[in-house]
Design a protein around this ligand. Structure first.
Ligand SMILES: Cc1cc2nc3c(=O)[nH]c(=O)nc-3n(C[C@H](O)[C@H](O)[C@H](O)COP(=O)(O)OP(=O)(O)OC[C@H]3O[C@@H](n4cnc5c(N)ncnc54)[C@H](O)[C@@H]3O)c2cc1C
Length: 480
């Protein structure tokens, strides 16, 4: 009989369409222990909502494993070696991770376990197309989305595979998900100021069943995704981002479901596929440029002057708490605090406001998002921010500046979204609260915080700094 195998769950917290799990079962001839290691180093970087979400997701996974998920806390190399000793296992199997921190950890864990006589095998990836696969004809990584998308569409996607059945998972001592309670949060940057420790009311459709329920609901509206996805007041998007991040569903399953649904050939599904591809594109960019986690990709903008003084910190905190006086920005930041999620259009508007109207470092905003988002994902978040800041791959030109008032008029004309998240506006009949007054300013309704800045003036300031950074004499900006 072959020795048992440890399956190390990470960002693939599901049983169906999990080729790495099937590989572990094959290697162990059905004798497999399902393990999750709470790595205090990684877990300490998550805010309370992501930790609570992970806990709920692990509980759901444990249920689907008949209560045999072995949760340990500590350095993964040490914990897996210990578990292997307890079980007599000589092999660990996991889905490959592509985040820069994950890759470093996996190299180290593989090396240390090899020294202890344990083989580590990585199978599959959290993406439809493994990062690093798509390259240009010149043999270089893609730096622009559209050619990446064309090449990505040409890759033959593998069909999802079934969940294993009738497995008698091996058991070992564990305190289960309570291991997460012992994790201490890492020190937060001083500019965050006071941060609440409460857990917001997040979407409770967790785990694999929650992912499929969410996907099933989306299928009914997928045909209209192209028209509805930009309106934050509508339930137009899939809300699958946290599931994709934690791997309770694989994008292969999502694409197979949308393509096979009645909406399969619609414009909505076409645009949705493209959004899934953005996730894969950013993972690919980060794979080739791991330093872009915190460093700008466009060196020409590395010299952009940002503010870091006391006024900058005060401005950051007003932004973070949704008290800028610009309803769409405030609604977005409050949605983040209330739900651990924010609509994509509003992520773009709030990020643009921080970079181009408040003149703050995009990394400050990216860190705040990483702390508060359930779907916080290093590739999508850092490159989402770099896209807005004009410093990333395929980035929006810096001089195209989102006007938060016009964005609200365009994408939330009846004010449904802002009234939902900014209660002070509830009594006001929209859209008067969104009317621009005096150029790009805002008529602040009584009872609502006055605009903290004049966006027209700050926009000019941003463009002046941009010209300085690039050494450009004069270029007129454009608003979006
Ligand atoms: C500043 C900024 C920060 C962001 N941070 C994150 C993050 O930490 N984690 C994250 O998953 N997404 C991030 N995004 C991308 C996007 O906002 C979210 O994926 C989306 O809002 C999630 O909601 P949904 O699942 O309903 O999306 P849908 O519109 O239904 O899209 C389906 C899926 O496609 C992917 N996707 C959609 N848009 C993008 C995009 N622009 N970039 C990459 N993937 C995309 C997501 O996996 C998403 O779940 C960020 C965008 C910006 C502008």
């Amino acid at each position: 009989m072959v020795p048992p195998v440890i399956f190390w769950f990470r960002r693939d917290l599901r049983l169906a369409d999990n080729p790495a799990l099937l590989a572990a079962l094959a290697a162990g001839e059905g004798r497999v222990a399902a393990a999750f290691v709470v790595d205090p180093h990684l877990a300490g970087g998550a805010g309370p909502v992501r930790t609570a979400y992970l806990r709920a997701t692990l509980s759901a996974l444990d249920d689907s494993l008949g209560g045999s998920l072995v949760v340990r806390r500590g350095d993964p190399a040490g914990e897996l070696a210990q578990l292997a000793r307890e079980l007599g296992a000589t092999r660990v199997v996991a889905t490959e991770d592509f985040s820069p921190a994950g890759r470093l950890r996996d190299e180290r864990v593989s090396r240390q376990l090899r020294a202890a006589g344990i083989t580590v095998t990585f199978v599959d990836s959290p993406y439809v197309v493994r990062p690093g696969t798509i390259i240009t004809r010149a043999g270089t990584p893609c730096r622009v989305f559209t050619p990446f998308r064309h090449a990505w569409e040409r890759v033959a996607f593998t069909a999802p595979v079934e969940a294993p059945r009738d497995v008698a998972w091996l058991r070992a001592a564990t305190r289960g998900v309570d291991e997460l309670s012992a994790v201490r949060a890492r020190a937060r940057p001083a500019y965050f100021g006071e941060v609440g420790e409460g857990v917001p009311d997040f979407d409770r459709r967790v785990g694999e069943a929650g992912a499929h329920a969410t996907l099933g609901e989306f299928l009914a509206r997928a045909a209209h995704y192209d028209e509805d996805r930009d309106a934050p007041g509508l339930a137009g998007t899939s809300r699958l981002s946290a599931h994709l991040h934690f791997g309770t569903v694989h994008p292969r399953q999502v694409l197979a479901a949308v393509s096979g649904a009645a909406a399969g050939a619609s414009a909505g599904v076409e645009v949705f596929r493209s959004e899934i591809c953005w996730r894969e594109f950013y993972a690919d960019v980060l794979f080739h440029h791991p330093a872009s986690t915190w460093r700008v990709l466009q060196p020409s903008l590395a010299r952009l002057r940002v503010d870091r003084d006391a006024r900058a910190v005060a401005r950051f905190q007003a932004w973070a708490r949704g008290e800028t006086g610009y309803p769409l920005v405030d609604a977005g930041m409050r949605q983040l605090l209330a739900e651990g999620w924010m609509h994509n259009r509003v992520r773009m508007v709030t990020a643009s406001f921080l970079v181009k109207h408040l003149h703050l470092d995009w990394r400050w905003g990216a860190k705040w998002f990483m702390w508060h988002l359930i779907d916080a994902d290093v590739a999508s978040n850092q490159h989402g921010w770099q896209w807005v800041a004009g410093t990333g791959t395929d980035a929006a030109p810096f001089h195209r500046i989102f006007n938060p008032t016009r964005q609200a008029q365009r994408f939330d004309p009846a004010g449904e979204y802002v009234r939902c998240h900014v209660p002070e506006l509830t009594a006001l009949g929209a859209p008067q609260c969104l009317q621009p007054g005096g150029g790009d300013g805002l008529l602040a309704p009584s009872g609502y915080v006055a605009p903290m800045i004049d966006i027209a003036r700050e926009r000019d300031e941003a463009l002046a700094r941009w010209r300085d950074a690039r050494g450009v004499a004069a270029t007129s900006g454009g608003d979006a």
